[in-house]
Design a protein around this ligand. Structure first.
Ligand code: IDP
Ligand code: MG
Length: 152
């Protein structure tokens, strides 16, 4: 029994969470459903999903790591320009899997069939966000969700 429980814990611990955002351009273009279909068909599970509009303060805080970059003000304007969907996703290797589905930051360099290739317009207006590492995923998921929001 104890062995089975340990086995179960190991299996559970292999699951990883990541934060996905369907950005304002993709929502305005009515690509939300198509992006959620890609998520569902990939095997990533949606633990929680929410529609909201970021305030400038929230956008500055969420993207604080980029605050010294030349594009920071443009990024905050873009991310607050309309509603977004935030999703907590879970699977084995969720962070890498979601970033692979999104494609490269610049849609022009993103792989054929990736979300940014399909729906992104430019390096700034690139349709989606994904956490880039386990530490950032934890912070980003907690930015929008609490543990009791997650439904399996
Ligand atoms: P990522 O979203 O692929 O992780 P980051 O380098 O973390 O890429 O940049 C965050 C976001 O800032 C990008 O998704 C994009 O919307 C925007 N961005 C990144 N680099 C540039 C740039 O050089 N000019 C304008 N916007 C940019
Ligand atoms: Mg990033």
């Amino acid at each position: 029994m104890a062995k089975q429980v340990n086995q179960l814990e190991r299996t559970t611990n292999m699951k990883e969470r990541t934060l996905a955002i369907i950005k304002p351009d993709a929502v305005a273009d009515k690509n939300t459903g198509r992006i959620i279909t890609i998520i569902e068909e990939s095997g990533l599970s949606i633990l929680a999903i929410k529609k909201l509009r970021l305030t400038a303060e929230q956008a500055r805080q969420f993207y604080a790591v980029h605050k010294e970059r030349a594009f920071f003000a443009e990024l905050v304007t873009y991310m607050t320009s309309g509603p977004i969907y935030v999703l907590a996703l879970e699977s084995d290797n969720a962070i890498k899997r979601w970033r692979a589905l999104m494609g490269a930051t610049n849609p022009a360099e993103a792989a054929e069939g990736s979300i940014r290739k399909l729906y992104g317009k430019s390096l700034s207006y690139n349709a989606s966000h994904g956490s880039d590492a386990p530490e950032t995923a934890k912070v980003e998921v907690a930015f929008f969700f609490k543990e009791s929001d997650f439904i399996r």
